[in-house]
Design a protein. Structure first.
Lengths: 297, 297
């Protein structure tokens, strides 16, 4: 596989930093340049050897760049696309790590309409509890899914190269239209995050919150783990994907209305049947996927 | 501590079996007799050395019994209380392991009104993924909370003895009125279980369920772990505590209605603030409790 002479990472946090380390591990990046809004993060990434250079501007970073990864929260993508547009060379490939894909695609069409052949959106289904460059590690993407949502205007060679680079980071490549991507992740990721944030917020506001939390056990621990996620990142995801998320939330509210009716009417038979069906589906899923290296997020 | 000559376990599953093994470990039970609705479970418990004898009836089991643990799903407690009432000796102590306490208390008042001095309700906050006698282990209660909800009619010496026995199983003893118990656990345990069952059921019914589950990652895994719980046990809990659970569900639905309004109006600032407050509360709880030996359930 052909090496990257100059790899540019926009946003050197957990994802961007791990991508840099994975590319180093693969021996495929000759020089790695970081760009970002927080100088202290860049300085730390430099000190940790994640990047070779901290660029002071997109213009400096993109000069002579072969490959660019945009790894900022999706709420910043529109502004970043606008900033990079004037400095992007005709042969520079761009991919991103945004958790939503319709909004990223729209930002690309808004700002990078002259570079559409070479901008290939992607979403690595990987993450960890912690964030920032110090949390980055080279094996983050090993065995994890990366969903690529190519644009119709993408050059096939560009899509192939982006697949190849993510695969070199250890990932298993999937492809999907951006609308499908956003609907799928609204259901299995964005909604659960919203529900977990909501439950913790609900209980934390009670007069007896201290007592409640004092008796919370392992079910609560696991159910609410994702309520410890990064608020800005999840605000951006929820806002970017709010159409699909609202549709999922409404379907879930209908589910809860049904369960509420079963409780109210004391229909224990249907309630048990409901639980039983859910348990079967959960166990089937666990048998099929949990034996493997499941994606953290 | 005074030994138990004849310990009777009603329902020798994960909880009842672990109680028996913990009492054996403590060297406090001279003879352990099991009773239950499934002869094959009793035979297995006997074979595994969890019990010394499988009684064919409550009458036989209770003859000469010092101490009785009722460890069946709470939906069976009323019938069990009715069955044991005529055979319970004047000095036999009774406790239970029901996950709800108001309904157990009501069943006690209905059927054991002549033995109120010696029947002390309790709820061990402990459990595991698996169920049945083969899942039982002696250390299940070590460091876990047991919430005792004494009746006003309980003899103080009986409450003390029940505390002592649970403590001998390794548990940390708490006391609470049954109404408080049921409200607390509706919030931190019963509601999350209902929500997790609901989400999995919702997604499993979709035409693209296979695709959705294929992209579910670690957030989904942890959020839905409790949807793998025992359907009958959770049906009983939800039904027994449906008054408190409905109140919790309605408060949560109000929370979701608020989050829905933020999404609809695109109020990203308030959404982030909401997530941020939830994350702080979750992290504070995790710092305070997760370092310790948290109760599984």
């Amino acid at each position: 596989m052909v090496s990257i002479n100059k790899l540019v990472i926009g946003g050197v946090g957990l994802i961007g930093g791990s991508f840099a380390l994975a590319m180093r591990r693969a021996g495929l990046a000759k020089r790695i340049v970081g760009v970002g809004r927080r100088p202290e993060s860049l300085a730390q990434a430099l000190e940790l050897g994640i990047i070779d250079e901290a660029a002071s501007s997109w213009q400096a970073a993109l000069d002579g760049a072969d490959f660019v990864l945009l790894a900022s929260p999706v709420g910043q993508m529109d502004a970043i696309m606008a900033q990079i547009a004037p400095h992007l060379g005709p042969n520079t490939l761009v991919t991103d790590a945004g958790s939503t894909k319709r909004d990223v695609m729209e930002a690309i069409y808004r700002h990078l309409d002259r570079q559409l052949a070479n901008v290939v959106p992607a979403h690595p289904i990987a993450g960890a509890e912690r964030s920032g460059p110090a949390a980055a590690f080279a094996t983050l993407f090993d065995g994890k899914k990366v969903v690529i949502t190519p644009l119709p205007e993408n050059e096939p060679a560009a899509v192939l190269r982006v697949r190849e680079v993510w695969a070199a980071c250890g990932a298993v490549i999937h492809e999907m239209p951006p609308q499908d991507h956003d609907r799928v992740f609204a259901a299995v990721s964005h909604l659960p995050h919203l529900l977990a944030f909501g439950l913790v917020h609900d209980l934390a506001g009670r007069a007896n919150a201290e007592q409640l939390f004092g008796y919370a056990a392992s079910g609560f621990r696991d159910f609410t783990r994702i309520a410890g996620s990064h608020p800005e990142m999840w605000r951006d995801i929820c806002m970017a994907n709010r159409q699909a998320l609202l549709a999922e939330l409404d379907q879930y509210l209908a589910e809860l209305a049904y369960l509420r009716a079963l409780l109210l009417s004391g229909d224990s038979e249907r309630l048990e049947q409901h639980f039983d069906e859910a348990r079967k589906a959960r166990n089937d899923w666990a048998d099929k996927y949990l034996a493997r290296n499941i994606e953290s997020e």
